[in-house]
Design a protein. Structure first.
Lengths: 74, 357, 499
């Protein structure tokens, strides 16, 4: 049985503080080019399926629901 | 077991009895003369009924502990005197805004500053006019006997809960320190489960207690609601004792220990054929305006005398109540002194002489 | 194949923050990169992990976290600045089943509310305090905090914190660690991921201690405030790790969690009216008189005013209480008023007793006294001018000479202290000896008809009623009372039949 992870960043909930960017051991997170409704350049995950599920970005994120990491058992 | 409900107690002790009989669960206090017997008595009695007594680290902490206990849906009280009450004003304002009940006893002493421990009634402004920030009022009971210390402590919980606001029991050092015999009321049945209580979930949301309203309109609405409540209380809850006022030419107005001396003076004046009377507010918020306004049209009253142990605080409310339509004189002592019946009689006679001329 | 959430929004948070005004209902109100959000998430996770959401009471401070209740779906109280631990004490004592979390910032805990914090810690209240230390006052716009570092510029230390005038940063964990009561004290930082993982462990432990009623836990959190400190996410982490941690070292200061047993649950308050009466109402004794009874001697047509003076320890106040009790048992209105306050500590004691069939105006006596009982020379000199013409003076002749007073006054001396010490064996009973002598004066000289007999009983009943909880004291005081009576009677007799 193998586990797979997927990171989802809610564009509207991100305030663009960038704490998650250096935290990701796989360097998956980067600043996107679009302002959200709150006026922040939110971050986005470039290859969300490459996530290893370590939770570092989630721990670093000050917003309760901006980052969600899903796990799939196969 | 057969009990006797009549006993001899100090005013301060009677207040604790009244609170326990009303179902008060928690007492938080800080010692201060002349209110300390309240804490002594509470320390001795509350734990015997598994109720909470804490000697807080400060007056401020004590009233905050009251807030915590009331938030848990318990009846709670604190007690202090003058300067200690000054410290509690921050939280009284919060309680008014939270719309939560609490009972606070103020056994008044001399001020300003550290003053002394003698009886003064100079806390009137801070209790009646709202000593803290914001437009709020508190219920203010003014007992003048040991019996009333017990009865008013008992009633104050009900009224504070009915209107969801803090209630003060304002008694001077003499009423707190003296002993008299009194009859105890029966213990109240416990049926208290307020809606603001912590742990309650309404529409999927846990209860919160707050006094912050960022939106100006929301805060204005709270203020309007509070003012409507205060108006209702003024219309329906005035309490005063009228003593020989029907035909009185000169009417004394006094509460607490002053009212007892004033009643003695009225009796002495009547013996001399002088038509004196007394209006004794049993509460000063709401102020007994009706009892005073009645005097305006009875064809007898020529002057009023506010008998106070202060520089003249209640006198302002007397003047407002009667729209300044009668002269209101001040008969006062300060610093812990109390006028004698004779002092009051002399003043009444002098006023009368002036009127006759 | 099934997909689950490994890391995501805690169910202790509301899904939508409906309590937050304005259109934004998914985000917190904190600035980008603020540590409050990180800590909120750890606390929410810990509450969920411990299963205590329903009975948690989160006390929100004044500061940026004042709106914590927008987010947490648990009981919450927004309190005055610095007072959270006192409110928490009230909550936890009033309802021991609640779980109190006090969430406070540097101004709230370290400055205006330090006393409430340290005292609650010292009492070992069952609560957990999260102290957010971000080296400045965030909500009011970046002013100096007690935790601001030396030299650090803020709005109110524009030239840098000057330790000579502003003092040094306040070390809260170290101060709390000087106390006996706290169970767990740790300082953590919200910077790099390993540190946040350590912080998570500390938050969990503190909330577990709360769940298990172990006592007071404190977690100090060095927390990023990038906006007020005008730094990026990277810069603020460096500021915390390189500058703050030098001053505020991370680590566990104390952990007695494993050796501390859960505090027992206090018993619920007694509310049964019968039990309340048992405590407060005196037992019915077979003494007193029917409600309609009235003593009819002429002296009771007027208010009777009694002053007693002496020094502390002579039973001045309790003699007064016995007299007041007697009056109560005979349906008089009665007042008893002590001297109170510094005078007590100066050694002297006095009280005034007034009894009357009418309402008593003021309980204070400073003139027109009918009976003065003086147990010391000082008291005699202080109060003799208050005695009315024709008044009665009763004094302890074993401690003072016969006083020189105007002839209209009736004077009786009794060796109260001598009798109490030598015959009764307890000098504390001098007051009951006086009472015995007083009964003789009253009965022989002032009372009429049936009252003479009744008052003989009334004094005894006052002693029995006054000490009803201490039978051995009743016995001794009754004995002293009879001795006082005997001596006074003998003296009266000797006067009537001079040898």
């Amino acid at each position: 049985m193998s586990r797979k992870y997927r990171i989802v960043i809610a564009h509207e909930e991100c305030k663009g503080c960038r704490r998650c960017i250096p935290a990701c051991p796989k360097n998956l997170i980067a600043v996107g080019g679009e302002l959200n409704k709150q006026g922040y350049f939110s971050v986005h995950a470039e290859h969300p399926e490459d996530c290893i599920g370590c939770g570092s970005c989630y721990l670093q994120c000050p917003e309760p629901g901006a980052i969600t990491i899903y796990q799939t058992e196969e | 077991m057969e009990y006797n409900n009549r006993l001899l107690l100090k005013g301060n002790e009677a207040l604790v009895y009244g609170a326990l009989l009303a179902g008060c669960d928690c007492f938080f206090g800080y010692p201060i003369t002349p209110a300390s017997e309240i804490a002594h008595s509470a320390a001795a009695l509350f734990p015997k009924l598994n109720r909470v007594f804490i000697q807080a680290e400060s007056e401020i902490a004590a009233i905050n502990m009251v807030i915590g206990a009331v938030a848990e849906g318990r009846r709670a009280m604190t007690a202090s005197s003058g300067l200690g009450i000054s410290l509690k004003q921050e939280e009284v304002s919060y309680l008014a805004a939270y719309e939560m009940p609490a009972v606070i006893a103020d056994i008044t002493r001399g001020g300003p500053g550290l003053g002394n421990i003698g009886p003064e009634q100079a806390d009137y402004f801070q209790l009646v006019k709202g000593g803290g920030h914001g437009s709020y009022k508190c219920l203010v009971f003014t007992p003048n006997s040991v019996q009333e210390m017990c009865d008013m402590a008992y009633d104050s919980f009900r009224m504070a809960e009915k209107y969801r606001m803090p209630a003060y029991i304002m008694a001077d050092g003499v009423i707190g320190q003296m002993m008299e015999s009194l009859t105890l009321p029966e213990p109240a049945a416990y049926d208290y489960d307020p809606e603001w209580k912590m742990g309650r979930i309404v529409d999927g949301k846990a209860n919160i207690i707050t006094s912050i309203y960022l939106e100006h309109d929301d805060l204005e609405e709270l203020n309007r609601r509070l003012q409507a409540k205060y108006r209702l209380i003024e219309e329906t809850e005035q309490r005063a004792e009228e003593f020989m006022t029907d035909d009185a030419e000169i009417v004394l107005v006094a509460y607490g220990i002053s009212s007892r001396v004033a009643a003695g003076a009225v009796a002495m004046l009547r013996e001399e054929g002088i038509r004196a009377g007394l209006v004794r507010p049993k509460m000063v918020f709401p102020f007994p305006k009706n009892a005073l306004r009645k005097l305006l049209n009875n064809g007898h009253a020529r002057a009023l005398v506010s008998v106070e142990l202060s520089a003249g605080q209640m006198i302002e409310d007397i003047r407002l109540a009667i729209d300044c339509r009668l002269p209101v004189h001040l008969c006062n002592r300060m610093g812990g002194n109390i006028p004698s019946c004779g002092d009051i009689c002399d003043m009444v006679k002098a006023i009368r002489k002036e009127i006759k001329q | 194949m099934s997909e689950t959430v490994k890391f995501g929004k805690s169910s202790v948070f509301f899904d939508t923050f409906e309590r937050r005004p304005g259109p934004i209902r998914k985000n917190m109100h904190y600035c980008p990169g603020c540590g409050h959000g990180i800590l909120h998430k750890l606390i929410a996770e810990a509450i969920g992990h411990c299963g205590i959401q329903k009975d948690t009471v989160l006390i929100a401070p004044v500061g940026c976290a004042v709106f914590a209740y927008y987010y947490f779906n648990c009981g919450s109280i927004s309190v005055a600045h610095g007072r959270a631990p006192a409110v928490g004490t009230g909550v936890s004592r009033a309802n021991p089943k609640s779980f109190v979390i006090s969430y406070q910032g540097d101004g709230d805990l370290g400055a205006i509310g330090f006393n409430e914090f340290i005292q609650a810690a010292n009492r070992g209240e069952k609560m957990t305090v999260f102290f957010v230390n971000n080296a400045n006052y965030g909500m009011t716009g970046g002013q100096m905090a007690p935790t601001t570092l030396p030299g650090q510029k803020t709005m109110t230390s524009p030239y840098g914190r000057n330790t000579a005038t502003d003092g040094f940063p306040l070390k809260v964990c170290e101060l709390a660690n000087a106390l006996e009561a706290p169970v767990y004290i740790e300082r953590v930082a919200l910077t790099t991921t390993p540190r946040i993982r350590d912080a998570r462990k500390a938050v969990f432990k503190a909330v577990e201690n709360l769940r298990d009623r172990k006592g007071f836990s404190l977690v100090e959190v060095l927390s990023p405030c990038p906006v007020n400190l005008k730094m990026s996410a990277q810069e603020i982490n460096a500021f915390i790790e390189e500058r703050m941690e030098k001053y505020f070292p991370l680590g566990c200061f104390r952990d007695r969690s494993s050796e501390t047993f859960p505090a027992p649950m206090p018993p619920p308050p007694v509310r049964d009216p019968e039990k309340v009466k048992e405590l407060l109402f005196p037992r019915k004794l077979n003494i007193g008189v029917p409600k309609t009874f009235r003593n009819e001697s002429k002296i009771f047509n007027y208010e009777r005013r009694i002053k007693i003076g002496g020094f502390g320890g002579q039973g001045i106040l309790s003699l007064g209480i016995m007299l007041a009790n007697m009056a109560k048992l005979r349906n008089f209105n009665v007042t008893w008023m002590p001297s109170y306050g510094p005078e007590q500590r100066g050694g002297s004691a006095s009280c005034s007793i007034i009894l009357s069939h009418s309402k008593i105006p003021s309980p204070l006596i400073d003139r027109d006294c009918n009976l003065l009982i003086a147990m010391t020379q000082t008291a005699l000199e202080k109060y003799i001018h208050e005695l009315k013409p024709n008044g009665v003076l009763l004094y302890d002749s074993s401690t003072m000479k016969r006083p020189d007073v105007t002839p209209d006054k009736k004077v009786l001396g009794i060796d109260a202290l001598d009798i109490a010490t030598n015959r009764v064996g307890n000098p504390k009973c001098a007051n009951s000896v006086i009472l015995g002598a007083l009964s003789v004066i009253l009965i022989d000289h002032y009372l009429e008809g049936e009252d003479k007999l009744d008052f003989d009983r009334a004094f005894e009943e006052a002693i029995i009623d006054g000490f009803s909880s201490k039978p051995e004291v009743i016995k001794q005081n009754l004995y002293a009372f009879y001795e006082g009576k005997k001596v006074a009677l003998e003296r009266d007799k000797a006067k009537d039949n001079p040898a």
